[in-house]
Write a protein that binds this ligand. Structure first.
Ligand code: ADP
Length: 398
């Protein structure tokens, strides 16, 4: 099946047009700066052909119309007719407790997504806009929602409940949900494939390290714990987000600095993490360069970043009663040998032996042959998971 995968952010639309039979992206691209000056679509075809188109791209509907036009274009496109798009798969960030798996989009589903907006005020509204725009532009083409939270929806209550009054969970659904689910699912399954073992018999720890970072404990195919929580703010240190914090710290700062709720949220989500500690950058490449130049605060940022990951490796091995594989993915996980090396340092006691050369050479298996725990560097492919899920749901609903 040929599936258009859309990932709609507040001012961007990422897309891939995927042939699910061949597991191949025929085309991919990004519409950036939607609603701003200098909006641009960057498109790339499977054969390397590339094009950039600038225009007045005022909203998500126009952005998706541009995507359709370039997919249909004689010189740069890959289809002759709109009908060649057999289904559309949408990345949706928050499925709340309503969605534990991917769904065919209907009016009721859109209503349920709207009901979940409060849980993800930054992410779900553009996701919904994208679904509505694609439905208008491609009427009759089935649309499927694939949720970042779904893979974590089988966590046990001991992992998802917070230690706050239970009525607040009942009243406001305040609990841990977890995110990056499609990525954790993809790389954990891929690790099992690479090990030539059954997914259902392995204990795998996955670390998705990008601008947002999270880890998951995948126990025999089920995510039993993950570091992000009610929102994508909990857990690891990230580019601009604080991760784990004593909640009293927030109240204390709000009092001292006279911050409003919104200002406190901005401080924690935008001005913390790598950028907050280093004062230099939220980008790991720049942090690494600053560390080489002996920048003390960048060194703190790097150390805290790696230390938190290491602590969760220990925690998740304990939670699962063992670990067979550790997987690094995401922009940092895939590209920074320094981070992988630091996380795995002195972990031989639990059977993790990194092979320095394999790690620096960016191989897929980066542990030594004698390592009891296999360590992998696996490029994530969330779009492929979304396309495969979409094809499966559409085929089974026909
Ligand atoms: P997103 O979460 O937005 O999808 P990515 O997965 O692309 O982000 O990850 C972005 C992060 O990856 C940035 O911190 C960037 O510095 C880091 N990164 C990309 N390439 C490298 C590299 N070669 N070395 C270290 N970090 C890198």
């Amino acid at each position: 099946m040929k599936v258009l995968v859309l990932n709609c952010g507040s001012s961007s639309v990422k897309y891939q047009f995927i042939d699910t039979d061949k597991k191949l992206a025929l085309a991919k691209g990004l519409v950036d700066r939607i609603g701003m000056a200098g909006a641009v679509l960057s498109h790339q075809r499977y054969d390397g052909d590339q094009i950039k188109i600038s225009g007045e791209i005022l909203d998500h509907q126009i952005a998706i119309e541009y995507v359709l036009a370039v997919l249909l274009s004689k010189n740069h496109g890959v289809i002759d007719d709109k009908k060649d798009i057999e289904a559309v798969g949408h990345r949706v960030v928050h499925g709340g407790e309503t969605f534990s798996g991917s769904v065919l989009i209907t009016d009721e589903v859109i209503k349920a997504l709207q009901d979940n907006i409060e849980l993800a005020p930054l992410h779900n509204p553009p996701n919904i806009k994208g679904i509505q725009a694609a439905t208008r532009i491609l009427p009759g083409t089935p649309q499927v929602g694939v949720f970042d939270t779904a893979f974590h929806s089988h966590m046990p209550p001991k992992a998802y409940l917070y230690g706050i009054p239970y009525e607040l969970y009942r009243k406001y659904k305040i609990r841990r949900y977890g995110f990056h689910g499609t990525s954790h699912l993809y790389v954990s399954k891929r690790a099992a494939e690479l090990m030539g073992r059954k997914y259902e018999e392995l204990k795998i720890i996955t670390a998705h390290l990008g601008n947002g970072c999270s880890m998951a404990a995948v126990d025999r195919g089920v995510s039993v714990d993950t570091t992000m929580g009610f929102t994508p703010l909990e857990g690891l240190l990230m580019g601009t987000r604080s991760g784990d914090l004593d909640p009293q710290v927030i109240l204390y700062i709000m009092g001292k600095e006279g911050l409003s709720l919104n200002e406190a949220a901005t401080m924690l989500n935008k001005h913390s993490g790598l950028i907050g500690i280093s004062g230099e950058s939220s980008d790991m490449r720049e942090i690494l360069a600053a560390v080489k130049d002996q920048h003390q605060r960048a060194k703190h940022a790097f150390d805290i970043f790696c230390y938190r990951i290491k602590k969760y490796v220990g925690a998740y091995a304990a939670a699962m009663g063992g670990v067979d594989a550790l997987v690094f993915t995401g922009g940092i996980g895939e590209n920074s040998y320094e981070v992988r090396e630091e996380v795995c340092r002195d972990m031989e006691f639990m059977g993790i032996h990194l092979d320095q050369l394999r790690n620096q050479n960016k191989e897929e298996l980066i542990s030594s042959d004698s390592s009891k725990v296999k360590v992998f560097r696996i490029p994530t492919n969330e779009e492929l998971v979304i396309a495969m899920d979409t094809a499966e749901i559409v085929s089974s609903s026909n």
